[in-house]
Design a binder for this molecule. Structure first.
Ligand SMILES: [Zn+2]
Ligand SMILES: [Zn+2]
Ligand SMILES: [Zn+2]
Ligand SMILES: [Zn+2]
Ligand SMILES: [Zn+2]
Length: 403
């Protein structure tokens, strides 16, 4: 049965209270790598997260099964094997899905912090001492640090002993962590695979689309084949109106990037507008909502913003993009003397009623620097002219199509 993340966490903490294996059960709430594969690992045991009524949680049978297995696991500190940690230079090209690598990274990190305090020679913090630890790091400091490294939901430092020659850990723990590395790597590869054509996404967490049932991995080609492009079906419809609520954004491709299935209806927040602009994927919704306004416009976002009927009719843009228009204008119009170089433009803090910019042309010695100010009044007419240009471009686009 579905149980919420909080419920699952309480149940899991209860079941594993007396487990011999030291666990960081709060990882269940944090789900550190769920965007890659929907699972939380405790050692080599994986718990799958599900989405139910738009809330994330777990199947309580999974929680009971994994919790019980961990509670019953015997850790024999008399049956130990050697653990070899990578030396400093090897660390630089390691992977996060390697528990020896993660522990060693932590060791060197602490040793380096130690070194700056005691003002040691340059590279001594990379050298392993008689206690098996680098630099001046002692075992007491290593384990005393409040936040011990958590690897696959376990606390590896509590498993380690220094014999005088080498690091030792219970055989069962070492075997379990080695299986974890393989399992999580396999799982990451599986979840990187497009659900329709089997292509591998270029990076972890890419092509992942949230749906009511969890994440789905789908490549841009398969997304374009599965979902129609949005062509203004809800043009002029108010957000949160009965008409909008009857249509799901998931029935369309994202109106901005056209690469992913959409997740949300986006609308214009300008007072008196409130019109639907289009269906967006999560990533495009974020760049429209909080990304840099000038970058959004530079990447062709104005045509999208004008999907709001109110903005089109009033020849304006949502206010957060006005500064972006002024920024682009200053960049394209400001030159000093006869220099033809485009200066770099940095927005200064807005004063009420004026936009101010620092400009810099680096192709001279000394570098030329100056500032400009644009009043709110000028900004309004710049936005109007900018919108006229974009609307004319859009009309040419439709005429081109019908010709
Ligand atoms: Zn595909
Ligand atoms: Zn998108
Ligand atoms: Zn928005
Ligand atoms: Zn609008
Ligand atoms: Zn210049």
């Amino acid at each position: 049965m579905f149980t919420t993340t909080q419920g699952a966490h309480a149940l899991f903490a209860d079941l594993t209270e007396n487990a011999g294996l030291p666990l960081a059960h709060a990882e269940l709430r944090r789900s550190p790598r769920f965007q890659q594969h929907d699972h939380v690992f405790f050692g080599d045991l994986a718990l799958r997260r599900y989405k139910h009524n738009n809330r994330w949680g777990f199947d309580d049978r999974d929680v009971r099964r994994v919790g019980q297995l961990l509670a019953d696991m015997a850790v024999d500190f008399d049956d130990v094997v050697e653990v070899r940690f990578p030396a400093y230079p090897e660390l630089l090209n390691g992977t996060i899905l390697n528990w020896r690598h993660q522990v060693a990274t932590w060791m060197y990190h602490l040793a380096r912090k130690q070194q700056t305090e005691e003002d040691w020679g340059l590279d001594s913090w990379k050298v392993i001492g008689a206690n098996g630890l680098p630099g001046t790091l002692t075992w007491e400091m290593f384990v005393a640090v409040g936040n011990q490294p958590i690897v696959a939901g376990t606390l590896p430092l509590q498993m380690l002993r220094w014999s005088g020659q080498s690091w030792l850990a219970p055989r069962s723990y070492v075997q379990m962590m080695d299986r974890w590395q393989e399992r999580e790597a396999e799982m990451t590869a599986t979840f990187r695979t497009c659900c329709s054509c089997g292509a591998q996404s270029p990076g972890w967490g890419q092509w992942r689309t949230p749906t009511p049932a969890g994440y789905v991995t789908r490549c841009p080609e398969c997304s374009a084949a599965a979902f129609p492009a949005y062509t203004g079906q809800l043009d002029g419809v108010l957000y949160d109106s009965p008409r909008q609520r009857r249509v799901s954004p998931r029935d369309y491709l994202c109106r901005l990037c056209g690469l992913m299935q959409a997740s949300v209806w986006d609308h214009c927040h300008t007072e008196g507008h409130g019109f639907v602009r289009g269906p967006l994927c999560m990533s495009c919704n974020t760049s429209e909502g909080v990304g840099f306004a000038d970058r959004f416009l530079r990447e062709g976002g104005a045509e999208y913003l004008l999907q709001c009927r109110g903005c089109r009719e009033e020849r304006t843009l949502a206010s957060r993009f006005h500064a972006g228009v002024v920024h682009l204008h200053v960049e394209s119009s400001q030159r000093h003397g006869r220099c033809r170089q485009q200066p770099s433009v940095r927005a200064l803090d807005d004063e009420p009623g004026v936009y101010r910019y620092a400009l810099r042309c680096a192709s001279h010695t000394p570098v030329r620097q100056w500032t400009v100010a644009v009043t709110a009044e000028e900004a309004v007419s710049l936005v109007g002219a900018f919108v006229d240009g974009v609307l004319a471009e859009m009309r040419r686009g439709t005429e081109g199509l019908s010709a």
